[in-house]
Ligand binder design. Structure first.
Ligand SMILES: [Zn+2]
Length: 159
């Protein structure tokens, strides 16, 4: 057994190289990000069996276990169904930098979709956010789009 001092000394683990990580967005994920980048719009997909629309599009409807193919254009607005304002420092894996705190993470029901889409809501004062409020996606400038989820900067509360 070590002394109390030995247990209170924190060691660090350093990686020899930065570890860039890349994976395929998939067929429908690519459609989703391309539609944002090129047309500034969200895209969902409708299940032929139950009619549910999912955003972002996915290959299979979980409840029906059916393959889905019908892409549907969606609006850029939705309704907050839940939110959490985060005050805990966090390294954003997309940027490698700490996301400035506080920030608000929202669960948003996009108009025309049946599932919940999660993204940043551009308001950190919890007195000014309520479930049921309407929000609208704010996209990056077209020349700054990269074809990933950060092409949506955040959702603004519609006043
Ligand atoms: Zn279904």
């Amino acid at each position: 057994m070590g002394t109390e001092r030995e247990y209170n000394e924190y060691l660090t683990i350093t990686l020899a190289e930065p570890m860039p990580y890349e994976w395929s967005a998939g067929m429908y994920g690519s459609v989703f990000f391309r539609e944002i980048r090129e047309h500034g719009r969200l895209t969902g997909i409708r299940c032929p069996s139950c009619g549910k629309v999912y955003v972002p599009p996915r290959r299979v409807c979980g409840p029906c276990f059916r393959e889905i193919e019908e892409l549907v254009p969606l609006g850029d607005s939705g309704t907050i169904v839940a939110f959490s304002t985060v005050n805990y420092p966090f390294i954003d894996p997309a940027t490698g930098s700490q996301r400035p705190i506080p920030y608000t993470y929202g669960y948003i029901k996009i108009d025309g979709a049946d599932n919940i889409f999660s993204h940043i809501i551009n308001e950190t004062d919890i007195e000014k956010i309520r479930v049921g409020m309407r929000v609208r996606a704010v996209f990056r400038e077209k020349d700054q789009m990269k074809g990933n989820i950060n092409d949506i900067m955040h959702f603004d509360i519609i006043k």
